[in-house]
Design a protein around this ligand. Sequence first.
Ligand SMILES: Cc1ncc(C[n+]2csc(CCOP(=O)(O)OP(=O)(O)O)c2C)c(N)n1
Ligand SMILES: [Mg+2]
Length: 330
Amino acid sequence: MSNMTSLSATRATLPRERLVHMYRQMRRIRHFEEAVDRLFQQGLIWGTFHLYIGQEASAVGAVEALRPDDYITSTHRGHGHCIAKGASIPLMMAELRGKETGYCRGRGGSMHIADLDTGNLGANGIVGGGVPIAAGAALAIKKKGTDQVVMCFFGDGAMQQGAFHEAVNFASVFKLPVVFLCENNQYAMSMPVEKGLGSNDIAARAASYGIPGVSADGNDVLAVYEAAKEAVERARNGGGPTLLETRTYRLRGHSKSDANRYRTREEIEEWRRRCPIERFERWLEAQGVMAAADFEAVKAEVLREIEDAIAFAEGQPDPDPAQLADGVYA
Ligand SMILES: Cc1ncc(C[n+]2csc(CCOP(=O)(O)OP(=O)(O)O)c2C)c(N)n1
Ligand SMILES: [Mg+2]
């Protein structure tokens, strides 16, 4: 494994406020997810959800390379993408609590949150389901003649789906403005990548579609940002799609019920030491951008924001049972 302990000092070119923003976004995702877990243990969230803890640098680095009017497609593990793109945390919380004022009027839950206002075309319970949606959105962009870009998030497991192959090939043939971002978190449920993929070299697969393939350290928010920026610029300038792998790790179980029998405690501990937030803190401190007191202040503000969102959601109305069939089409 490559040396993943330090962030490169060549990336000091971003202004302070953007670095602080990236740090805050990572903390917002981390503490949102911790709150979701807690609310579930308290019996206040039901259904299922998939926590993004450990992967925060992937969503934040990638979305930082986008404009507000660009689109994303997301996955079953979508809270991080959603928050990174600018969603309202109170409305996400209301949705997870099944409230009428949530993003899907309380009917969708974790895996169906979409937010068209921020360009989030939606989480998706179908593994690989977002990939053709991203290609379709990119085709629409091309037909309309705007210069927007689609960032398509999916997991290593999604690469084994037929829909992935069809959509990436289609996007390549038509040179569509899309970045296919594979979040390689080492597992698809209990299946390790080295068993589930014919080749561990995810980026190399791009060659078979005639598009560039890039691999980035997914726990280094600036490395993800740099790789995503290049891919986004290529897409925006008519250069077509890129396949970008972010190598990361999910620190929690696959879903709410996971006894972690398929991996060792040592492996989890090793990745915990590469925590993307702590690594970014060390770098920010070394660069003189933020100090320990600043980290604490951001953390306290974010924790307050999350508690406010929980209180907001608690006070929201439940859906009216008489409207149960609203939005059911089949
Ligand atoms: C088409 C389809 N097949 C199977 C599943 C069940 N399933 C849910 S998540 C998952 C693993 C996905 O792994 P990956 O794409 O690597 O994403 P990760 O969970 O690691 O973020 C599977 C098999 C599903 N939701 N959809
Ligand atoms: Mg995976």
